[in-house]
Design a protein around this ligand. Structure first.
Ligand code: ATP
Ligand code: MG
Length: 422
């Protein structure tokens, strides 16, 4: 029996990959406009990196990580998210010394052992961005505006929800109010009963509908912010207003990672059913120091590329088919030798060129050219070789012209390229 891919791991095949390339190209273009630089980091890290950053009692660390011992017995983890590895790299490479404000992005696969379903995989891909070295509220607003612009230029609509989770000085006061409130509920799910002991804030992130119904009456963290955090949040909202980015405040959004402080946000769509969050992020001012780096603040977000691709597919506008510049229809071995050499020379000049190597009929080869969406076809057989002239056919207008053969191949190729781009 043929070996299949793992459950929750997917190939992205031609026909789909064009959507992915479009997403990536659009995102990169916008990220560069905002001054972000790409950083590529490993997929495998020491397990303690994620335990220390994401938090021991989060769903990701408790239930979702691909963790194993390597041949030396070290505990390793396939990265479940991008922030921790990028921050580790930032510290390890002294990037804070190179530039006071670093805007870094990375695009690649993440791994979480979740129940696979639509828009939820075990290997999925994120575009993730980190801005390190400043806690100015305008930076938060600009980052959210940038995330919204990526969705907009992809042609997708999403709504932005924001919240503030305060800082270590306002959190205890809120935790107490939340625990008092939770104490009044008698049918909490088992997960929430456990979270109540380990990490009270986490209950608000519970996926159970029953718990969520209760939490609609929970105290709002926004009523428990210290003055500095309240001012920061007001300034973030003002920044969004200045940039005319629409948003809604959702005081119950907590996010599934422990490291968040102050601003958190989510980009939601109504088009994907349960898996409606296409992007999410927030501020993590203590995290760099917690990972052994300098005390610099930071903020970041990640977008899920599977969900973006699904939305684009469902929207169904379709991407333009890749075009072929030239198909060379060669009949007979001598013409094929010639076409083989021409193809390579033209490709070296930057053209996309295809030919048939199986000596099929002219009719069949013209069909292939049509299927491949070739703009031009060059027709070349024994008669053309003898005459020293091939036929160049414009596939859209059906115009045909004669093209002289012979001379040095590179000069001939340049002349032909000129004709194709006339
Ligand atoms: P969810 O609530 O959907 O589980 P999350 O809070 O775990 O999301 P983050 O860790 O913030 O998600 O990751 C940011 C984005 O990455 C999500 O908004 C989503 O688009 C995407 N994402 C997260 N987990 C998966 C997954 N298993 N499969 C596909 N995309 C995912
Ligand atoms: Mg999740």
């Amino acid at each position: 029996m043929a070996v299949k891919a793992l459950k929750g791991f997917k190939d992205i095949v031609p026909g789909e990959v064009e959507t992915w390339q479009f997403i990536e190209a659009t995102a990169r273009d916008i990220l560069h406009r905002f001054g972000c630089s790409e950083i590529k980091v490993p997929i495998l890290e020491k397990t303690k990196l994620f335990k220390r950053s994401i938090g021991e009692t989060t769903d990701i660390v408790e239930k979702e990580m691909y963790t194993f011992s390597d041949r030396n017995g070290s505990s390793l983890t396939m990265r479940p998210e991008g922030t921790a590895p990028v921050l580790r790299a930032y510290i390890e490479n002294g990037l804070h010394a190179a530039k006071p404000i670093q805007k870094l992005y990375t695009i690649g696969p993440m791994f979480r052992h979740e129940r696979p379903q639509k828009g939820r995989l075990r290997q999925f891909h994120q575009i993730s961005v980190e801005v390190l070295g400043t806690d100015l509220p305008r930076v938060d607003a600009e980052l959210m505006a940038m995330a919204a612009l990526i969705l907009q230029e992809l042609g997708l609509s999403a709504s932005l929800e924001i919240n503030s989770l305060g800082c270590p000085s306002c959190r205890p006061d809120f935790n107490k109010a939340l625990l008092d409130f939770i104490g009044t509920i008698d049918d909490l799910c088992d997960d929430c009963l456990r979270r109540r002991q380990t990490n009270p804030l986490r209950v608000l992130d519970c996926k159970s509908a029953n718990c969520q119904a209760h939490y609609r009456n929970a105290p709002s963290i926004l009523d428990h912010l210290c003055p500095a955090c309240a001012d920061h949040f007001s300034a973030v909202k003002k920044g969004l207003d200045l940039l005319a980015v629409p948003y809604a405040v959702n005081p119950f959004m907590v996010r599934g990672l422990d490291y968040y402080t102050r601003t958190t946000f989510e980009l939601l769509t109504t088009d994907l059913g349960a898996q409606s969050t296409v992007g999410a992020g927030g501020r993590y001012d203590g995290l760099v120091a917690q990972l052994g780096g300098p005390a610099v603040p930071g903020i970041g977000f990640a977008m899920g590329m599977e969900r973006l691709a699904l939305l684009l597919e469902e929207q169904g506008d379709g991407l333009p088919e890749p075009e072929l510049d030239l198909f060379i229809a060669a009949i007979g071995p001598p013409a094929q030798d010639e076409a083989f050499r021409m193809s390579h020379a033209l490709r070296s000049l930057g053209l996309s060129v295809a030919m048939d190597h199986q000596d099929r009929s002219l009719k069949n080869q013209m069909k292939q050219a049509g299927r491949a969406q070739a703009r031009f076809t060059l027709i070349l057989g024994d008669a053309e070789l003898e005459k020293g002239e091939a036929i160049l056919r414009n596939m859209a207008s059906h115009d045909q012209i004669a093209v002289a053969l012979g001379g040095e191949l590179s000069a001939w190729s340049l002349a032909l390229a000129d004709k194709l781009f006339d």
